[in-house]
Unconditional design. Structure first.
Length: 495
């Protein structure tokens, strides 16, 4: 992972903000989101964890993540789904759907077999408000309040004054895909892309989550302000080649059609429609598909940004229930590759190539740090190639079927070497009560959190001491790379 963000538990640290008078109180303020998920994590600590993933670009507001999984304090061999809402400040319905779904999972785990299977099977990560400083402009009363603000609050001219005619970057135009082709260079535009890719904390945290988790599915939740709503967009249509990209189509077309058919609009008896997205902008959904190959779907919720009355709750429930189709879909018609080194009992971040599906001109399709790769596929027979450090294993006639996932367990014995293979033991990790000690003639020390985010990295010679008190309570993994030696050890930080 890029960067070294230390995670902070959110319980009790965010105060409830006041509600702007022209916003229906059924919508959550950012403070209410933080308070509610902190309470849920406190009441369901075995399956729910709340963390600070980053801090917003201008006001340094914590951007929180909600992680739901069985044994949530352990980094397990599970597939991941990422749900991001609230990139755009004036689009609150994605947050409402996320909050409905978070509560639904909490309330029904252990009593509803279907919900229990999802939570036990997956690592479900929510970012309920990706742009909290922009949301505060929309939701809070005061001199900065405007109902129609879209961007974050990046101080584009550096004058220290928030100016709605000049400031702000659109987080959903700040991704490193087709950057040069997209205009968006006017700071006054609602679609201003920023000075360079990844200039905004709001996009960087999504980049880092995708890089570490390698989710099989990413849902990007919006409300319409420039296109018709009640639609979901899957990847993708290549507008320059005038063709659908076969890495996603037809595999994700069927997924999108089913998701649309499971999601009722605000009008009784009417359902969402699915459309292929054009690959022409530096957006979250398009970058994720290009970078990782995940099934990335952008959902435009309803036909406007703001609603009033009970309809808000109805919309949240209908969209939340629709998204649960994706959990069911992840339980079948997919390829799951597990890569590991049996001699040293460590997972490996191998590359997976599916002939006829994987576009090898795109970035490598990698396993997560837990050694797992999960890809939704149309039923059929495929040839799969798995590569690690110059070694390739080929699996022919791999069948993807209805009703279940297909698993490949791929062993590269001896690919990672532990300190027990060295005499004298001058390359090692010592886990002491108050610190972690790295030893090597020359090496790189890294520490990752439970979702695979790199929170510490340093090159050193001889000995490096890292204080455990620098990290929030939780489960971490220390990694030492020295020449051909790779060591992984788990440790726990307790209050």
């Amino acid at each position: 992972m890029k960067g070294g963000l230390v995670l902070v538990l959110m319980a009790g640290v965010i105060a409830v903000y006041a509600q702007a008078p022209d916003v229906d109180p059924r919508f959550h303020t950012y403070g209410e989101v933080c308070d509610e998920v902190a309470a849920l994590a406190e009441s369901h600590p075995e399956i729910c964890r709340v963390e600070t993933l980053a801090y917003s670009t201008q006001d340094s507001v914590p951007i929180i993540g909600v992680i739901i999984s069985d044994n949530v304090d352990e980094y397990e061999d599970e597939s991941a789904i990422l749900i991001v809402a609230g990139q755009h400040a004036r689009e609150p319905l994605g947050t409402e759907a996320s909050m409905w779904l978070i509560n639904y999972l909490m309330e029904n785990y252990g009593t509803d077999p279907r919900v229990t299977e999802w939570v036990d099977s997956f690592n479900i990560v929510f970012v309920p408000v990706d742009n909290p400083e922009g949301r505060n402009v929309v939701m809070e009363p005061g001199p900065e309040h405007t109902l129609w603000w879209r961007k974050n609050k990046h101080d584009n001219n550096g004058n220290g004054v928030f100016d709605t005619l000049y400031d702000g970057v659109d987080p959903n135009r700040n991704y490193d895909y087709r950057w040069e082709e997209y205009g968006g260079t006017d700071p006054g535009s609602e679609y201003y892309k920023g000075e360079h890719p990844w200039s905004e904390a709001e996009s960087r945290l999504v980049r880092d989550l995708v890089d570490s988790l390698r989710p099989a599915v990413v849902m990007d939740l919006h409300s319409p302000d420039s296109v018709g709503g009640n639609k979901l967009w899957f990847c993708w249509y290549d507008s320059s080649a005038h063709s659908y990209h076969q890495g996603g189509f037809p595999h994700y077309y069927d997924v999108a059609l089913q998701l649309a058919a499971h999601t009722e609009t605000e009008v009784d008896g009417e359902y969402y429609v699915a459309r292929p997205a054009n690959n022409i902008k530096p957006k979250l959904q398009l970058w994720i598909y290009w970078y990782s190959g995940a099934c990335a779907i952008l959902m435009e919720i309803t036909n406007k940004c703001f609603w009033h009355g009970d309809t808000i709750d109805t919309i949240a429930a209908r969209v939340g229930r629709g998204i649960t189709y994706m959990f069911d879909r992840m339980l079948e018609k997919g390829l799951i590759v597990r890569t590991y080194d049996s001699e040293n009992d460590v997972p490996l971040r191998a590359e997976v190539i599916i002939d006829g599906v994987t576009d090898t001109t795109f970035p490598a399709r990698l396993c997560g740090y837990n050694g797992r790769y999960h890809r939704l596929l149309y039923p059929g027979t495929y040839t799969v190639r798995v590569r690690y450090r110059g070694t390739e294993q080929v699996f022919e006639n791999v069948e993807i079927v209805e009703g279940e996932n297909t698993y490949l367990n791929v062993d590269f014995p001896g690919a990672a070497v532990r300190e027990s293979n060295f005499e004298p033991p001058d390359i090692k990790i010592d886990l002491l009560p108050a610190q972690v000690e790295f030893w090597a003639p020359a090496g790189t020390a890294e520490i990752f959190d439970i979702v695979g985010r790199r929170v510490f990295s340093a090159q050193f010679e001889g000995k490096l001491v890292v204080n455990r008190g620098n990290f929030s309570p939780g489960v971490y993994f220390a990694r030492l790379s020295a020449g051909k030696c790779l060591i992984n050890k788990k440790f726990v930080v307790i209050k």
